[in-house]
Ligand binder design. Structure first.
Ligand SMILES: [Zn+2]
Length: 113
């Protein structure tokens, strides 16, 4: 799926300010972007609500708890690894085979691909 970039959005905004209607390609980009933003919002809201559950229900969360919740909510991705992933990552602290947790696209900002 082709994403709506900041440059494309600025162009659509400039056109609209001059009374120029967006073309079908622009409309499709905007529809795709709205769908992505809604899906991202649902993941972030689910994660936030699970974190706040600790406030209302008591208890404490450690990094492992947060990683499990993050993966369940889609804000972290988990992949099986047989060796250190070679990047700045804590997966090598837990032995192999193991799991490597990474930020999902939703946590990487507006220009993720
Ligand atoms: Zn790793």
């Amino acid at each position: 799926m082709i994403r709506l970039t900041d440059t494309a959005l600025a162009g659509i905004r400039a056109d609209s300010e001059q009374g120029v209607a967006p073309g079908m390609g622009d409309v499709q980009l905007m529809v795709n972007e709205i769908a992505r933003l809604k899906a991202d919002n649902e993941k972030l809201q689910m994660f936030g609500n699970e974190m706040l559950g600790c406030v209302f229900e008591g208890g404490a969360l450690d990094g492992g708890d947060i990683a499990i919740i993050g993966a369940r909510c889609g804000v972290l991705t988990v992949r099986d690894v047989e060796a250190p992933c070679g990047e700045v990552c804590a997966c090598d602290e837990y032995g192999f085979p193991g799991e490597c947790y990474r930020k999902a696209d939703v946590m990487r900002g507006s220009q993720h691909g």
